[in-house]
Design a protein around this ligand. Structure first.
Ligand SMILES: [Fe+2]
Length: 218
C-alpha cells in the first residue's frame, strides 16, 4: 500500500537531496503551530488567526520522508485518522489516509478552524450551506473544489459544512489536518444527511497512534 501513496513528483539526485533537506519540514510546521498557539491552557476560535496557520501550512511542501512514519491505512474504512500531534486543548494535527473512491460524511467543525493540506493524490471537497433550523430540505451545494497535492484549504462553521472524498478509483490520497481548538475531538461534532439536512451528533473516534506518539484525544 505504501508504494501506491508516493506519487509526488519529487526531484531526485544528490543536489536535490540537499535541496529537500533544506526545506521547511513537517516537524518545523508542527513546531511553529505550537509556538503560535502558545503555552498557556485553553484557547477559543476567536483567539486564533487562521490566516497565519494557513500561511504556515502553505509554506510546507509535502515530503513523504516526513510523514510516512505516521501513515497507516485500514482498507476496511473510508479513511484512517492517524495522530501526528495533540496539542492539549489547543489543536489536533492529523494525517488522514483516504481509500480510493471513499469519503467522509457531510460534517460541521464544532466551532473550530480546520486547515487541510493535500499531501499526496487528490481530494474533492464539497462545501454546503448550513441547513436552516427546522428545514427538511436537501442541503445546497455552495462550492466543489478538487484539491491537488500541496493545495491548502480552510473551513469553519461560518463558511458551511463540507464533505471530503478521494475521487481516484485506484490510488489512496493523503492529507494533513489541523483542527484548532480540538473541539470535535474533545466534545464531538455533527454529521448531516444531504437529502434532509437532518443532523446527528457524533463522538469523535480516537485516531490511530503511531509507534512514536500516543493518540491522545484526536
Ligand atoms: Fe472536515
Amino acid at each position: 500500500m505504501l508504494a501506491s501513496v508516493v506519487q509526488l513528483p519529487l526531484p531526485q539526485g544528490p543536489l536535490c537531496d540537499r535541496f529537500i533537506l533544506a526545506q521547511y519540514a513537517l516537524e518545523d510546521l508542527v513546531r511553529d503551530i505550537k509556538a503560535y498557539l502558545g503555552e498557556s491552557g485553553g484557547i477559543d476560535s476567536a483567539d486564533v488567526d487562521e490566516a497565519h496557520i494557513i500561511s504556515l501550512a502553505r509554506k510546507y511542501i509535502s515530503n513523504p520522508n516526513d510523514w510516512l512514519r505516521y501513515f497507516y491505512n485500514d482498507p476496511s474504512k473510508n479513511y484512517t485518522r492517524n495522530a501526528i500531534e495533540n496539542i492539549n486543548r489547543k489543536a489536533n494535527i492529523l494525517l488522514l489516509v483516504w481509500n480510493p473512491g471513499k469519503g467522509s460524511p457531510i460534517h460541521d467543525h464544532a466551532n473550530a478552524h480546520c486547515i487541510m493540506k493535500v499531501l499526496a493524490g487528490e481530494l474533492t471537497e464539497t462545501v454546503y450551506y448550513p441547513p436552516q433550523d427546522g428545514d427538511n430540505t436537501p442541503l445546497e451545494v455552495k462550492q466543489q473544489t478538487r484539491h491537488q497535492a500541496n493545495a491548502v484549504t480552510y473551513i469553519s462553521d461560518d463558511i458551511g459544512l463540507h464533505r471530503v472524498h478521494n475521487p481516484s478509483s485506484n490510488q489512496v490520497a493523503v492529507s494533513l489536518h489541523i483542527y484548532t481548538p480540538p473541539n470535535a475531538a474533545d466534545h464531538g461534532y455533527h454529521i448531516f444527511d444531504g437529502a434532509t439536512g437532518k443532523s446527528s451528533f457524533v463522538c469523535q473516534a480516537r485516531a490511530h497512534a503511531s509507534p512514536e506518539k500516543p493518540a491522545g484525544q484526536a
